[in-house]
Ligand binder design. Structure first.
Ligand code: GN1
Ligand code: MG
Length: 360
């Protein structure tokens, strides 16, 4: 606690602390809730940023500041109220930056959004609202004047992720290859098809936009009535294909099982979540999407479970160096669940296409 209080004292806006509590959220950063005693002051979120993964903290915070400032201006222009609950606000440290370096770790503070909740599962109604929100998020950032950095280079580049898997396979550092060879082969069989976005980009047919790039359900805050308040976990905001946000949301929301579901028969593609999400997304994003981007939305739904399977599998083969694991073969269980989900999205492709065509 006293170590944390020291850190908190670097953010002068926080005058008094009642309690700090570790929150269990995300695989990457360490997150604490900072409660203040007065009813009239907000509570805060304190995070130790994982700078093994985010190596350029200055760029990281510049991206986040630019994006949140731009969204804030848009919300103000629309005459929205309660704006501090609709876009994250980062608190300046004594030197005016939105992070503090204690000689070892990087820390940042944002205002805690009151009366909010995260959901692990969405309903058709909240899925529609989430689609609207992520479409709006991308649409609002479509004309951002600032140039945002690629905070994790090639983050959602499928060719690059396959390359990493191939390197892991070649090195076989943890001696786990034999056990997963079938999975590697299955993944390789679809590699070319799954790299079509990068190919289209090279041909000048597919643009990049500023995306959130981690739109899993748990990265959205809902109010007590189940309405979407705002999008959180902004570390990975960067230029990407719009597929990132569409696909990654469905990867978690439209899966009837868990991300690391051990019972593979529980992993199915939920069309009743896909449909309202696609409807909401197109309502708010259509204004800036190209016909090819719209046509490829079912591809986006397949791409993200596939990519996540590739990433989990590479990490398993490397001996679990990237994702925190909770048990010995956690990354393998995750891989199998994501791969199964990918197969389900492939089966659902005709139905997804048919539905999208009713929307345009
Ligand atoms: C990581 O930060 P978190 O836990 O929300 C990862 C995402 C993965 C996700 C899988 C920077 O997200 O790309 O999709 O885990 N973030 C990073 O759950 O690698
Ligand atoms: Mg994240």
């Amino acid at each position: 606690m006293s170590e944390l209080l020291n850190i908190i004292s670097q953010f002068p806006e926080i005058k008094e602390v009642k309690e700090t509590r570790r929150l269990n959220s995300g695989w990457i950063n360490q997150t604490y809730l900072v409660e203040t005693p007065a009813e009239t002051t907000p509570n805060y979120i304190l995070q130790r940023i994982n700078h093994q993964i985010f190596t350029d903290i200055d760029m990281l915070q510049r991206n986040i500041e630019a994006a949140t400032a731009h969204i804030r201006r848009k919300l103000e222009a629309k005459g929205e109220t309660d704006i501090n609950r609709k876009v994250l606000r980062f608190v300046p440290a004594t030197d005016g930056k939105t992070y503090y370096f204690d000689g070892e770790s990087y820390w940042r503070v944002s205002e805690f959004i009151a009366d909010s909740q995260t959901l692990e599962a969405v309903t058709p109604e909240s899925s529609y609202l989430a689609g609207l929100k992520f479409g709006e998020f991308q649409a609002m950032l479509a004309d951002i004047p600032d140039e945002l950095g690629e905070i994790i280079p090639n983050f959602h580049n499928m060719e690059f992720r396959l390359q990493q898997l191939r390197e892991a396979v070649a090195d076989n550092k943890a001696g786990r290859l034999a056990e997963v060879q079938d999975l590697v082969d299955a993944i390789e069989a679809d590699a070319e098809k799954m790299c079509q976005a990068e190919q289209l980009f090279r041909e000048g047919k597919l643009p990049k936009h500023i995306c959130h790039c981690d739109t899993k359900v748990s990265n959205m805050l809902f109010d007590q009535d189940g309405k979407v308040l705002c999008v959180i976990d902004l570390d990975t905001i960067m230029p990407s294909f719009i597929f990132s946000d569409f696909g990654d949301f469905l990867r978690t929301a439209a899966n009837t099982g868990k991300e690391d579901e051990p019972q593979l028969e529980n992993v199915r593609f939920n069309m009743e979540i896909f449909k309202p999400f696609a409807k909401g997304y197109l309502e708010s994003a259509r204004s800036f999407l190209t016909p090819l981007e719209i046509e490829m939305l079912p591809f986006a739904a397949q791409l993200f479970p596939y990519m996540q399977a590739v990433r989990f599998l590479a990490d398993y083969i490397n001996g679990d160096t990237y994702y925190h694991i909770q048990f010995a073969d956690h990354n393998l269980v995750r891989t199998k669940a994501q791969y199964k989900f990918y197969q389900e999205t492939c089966k659902a492709e005709p139905e997804m296409k048919a539905y999208i065509s009713t929307l345009i």
